[in-house]
Design a protein. Structure first.
Length: 89
């Protein structure tokens, strides 16, 4: 096999490996908190995007790898609405 083909094959294999990587435990926890907030948010919040922004921003921050910041935002939102926050992994 020629070197350019081998490099292309390795590059393709590397990309597919990245695409199938499992998310981190912190990202899973961030998503779990967001799902919990979404389930227990007040029905009126559904119509008001200003009330959804902090939760959506928190997930975005987690996706950037700033898990502590995103998890803190979601934890605060849940606690303010008196929803029990599950323990972190």
């Amino acid at each position: 096999m020629s070197r350019p083909r081998l490099a292309l094959l390795c590059g393709l294999l590397g990309l597919s490996a990245c695409a199938t990587a499992t998310p981190s435990a912190q990202m899973n926890y961030c998503t779990q908190l967001h799902d919990l907030w979404y389930r227990y948010r007040s029905p009126i919040a559904h119509a008001h995007t200003a009330q959804q922004r902090p939760a959506e921003y928190a997930v975005y921050v987690c996706q950037l790898g700033r898990y502590d910041e995103g998890i803190a935002i979601l934890t605060d939102l849940l606690q303010r609405h008196k929803v029990a926050v599950p323990a972190p992994p």
